[in-house]
Design a protein around this ligand. Structure first.
Ligand SMILES: [Zn+2]
Length: 317
């Protein structure tokens, strides 16, 4: 895949709105860019599978894994004043939410702009100014002035997905990308690129790419893809959090311009099952991160396998 085509894929994937449970736009991009690389299929959760045409069964199976969803929000209620109460999807820290520009899906499936509002400093008491507002006290302001207006004119419904609004940009001179949802859309791009690199090659294994939904909500999609593909080896493409601005230099694992799994490199994790490998890997790389609870799908992993995956991760990074 040409570098220009890869950047275009990264741009379309990053811009696609696909909070957990609403990954449709992401799947459309993946189908458009990856459909020629193998057989496409979906399950009822909307996990997308891309299997090499050369697969013939009776051989070891390699699963390439990435997730299609991103963190975002969902409309929880419409207030009488026309602002939208919302609930986070994925592992947000409340201090990072206010002042975000967002896009709210309408009943027709379009997205309209909004901004996450909190109480202005002019009206905040002394204690409130320095405190992080609770999510329950924030609201998405779409410019409506009443509940009726929200429902009648803006066509916003309870349960509507809300995606962060951040257009992808690439600075050629600095070779820098800025945008949203790099976790894990760049993993999705890397997966497509990998299948592209393998196209037409004679392999000793069958290879299936699986784009899992709802990873940010407890790995719901991957629990299904691992059981459907039943891989012998899993290669997980995941967007690790960047720690080069927060960690001691000797602890840094993911640093800008130091090589990154979502640009050109592939992180390989061998384990018994795909989800088990993914779970353990995340435990190793970001032990204090909240949104990836260890699920029961991990329970059957043998300890030596997990330990091996951990050391491999750290060595690679
Ligand atoms: Zn991720």
């Amino acid at each position: 895949m040409e570098r220009k085509a890869l950047l275009k894929l990264a741009e379309e994937l990053s811009n696609a709105r696909g909070v957990s449970g609403f990954e449709d736009e992401v799947l459309a991009v993946l189908r458009r860019h990856g459909g020629h690389l193998g057989e496409l299929s979906e399950d009822s959760l909307r996990n997308l599978y891309l299997s090499r045409r050369e697969n013939r069964g009776g051989r070891p199976v390699v699963q390439l894994d990435a997730h299609s969803d991103e963190v975002g929000f969902m409309v929880r209620a419409v207030r009488p004043n026309g602002t939208l109460a919302f609930t986070p999807l994925g592992g947000w820290m409340p201090c990072n939410i206010p002042a975000h520009r967002v896009l709210v899906q309408t009943a027709e499936g379009d997205y309209i702009p909004g901004v996450v509002a909190s109480k202005p400093p002019h009206f905040a008491g002394t204690g409130e100014r320095n405190a992080v507002p609770a999510v329950e006290d924030m609201g998405i302001d779409i410019g409506a002035s009443s509940r009726e207006e929200v429902l009648r004119d803006f066509h916003i419904r309870i349960g509507a997905p809300v995606a962060p609004d951040a257009a992808f940009q690439y600075q050629e001179g600095r070779d820098l990308m800025i945008g949203k949802a790099f976790d894990c859309r760049l993993g999705c791009a890397a997966l497509v690129q990998t299948l592209d690199l393998l196209a037409g090659k004679d392999l000793a294994v069958d290879v299936t790419g699986a784009f899992a939904v709802q990873e940010e909500m407890g790995m719901r999609g991957a629990a299904v893809t691992a059981n459907r593909v039943k891989p012998d080896v899993a290669i997980v493409f995941e967007g690790c959090p960047a720690d080069d601005t927060v960690a001691e230099p000797w602890l840094v694992q993911t640093a800008i311009h130091k090589g990154h799994l979502v640009q050109h490199k592939i992180i390989v994790i061998a384990a018994v099952r795909a989800v088990n490998a993914a779970q353990h890997r995340k435990g190793a790389v970001r032990p204090e991160a909240g949104p990836h609870p260890i699920g029961k799908v991990q329970a059957d992993v043998e300890a030596p396998v997990a330990g091996k995956a951990h050391r491999g991760d750290l060595d690679i990074l």
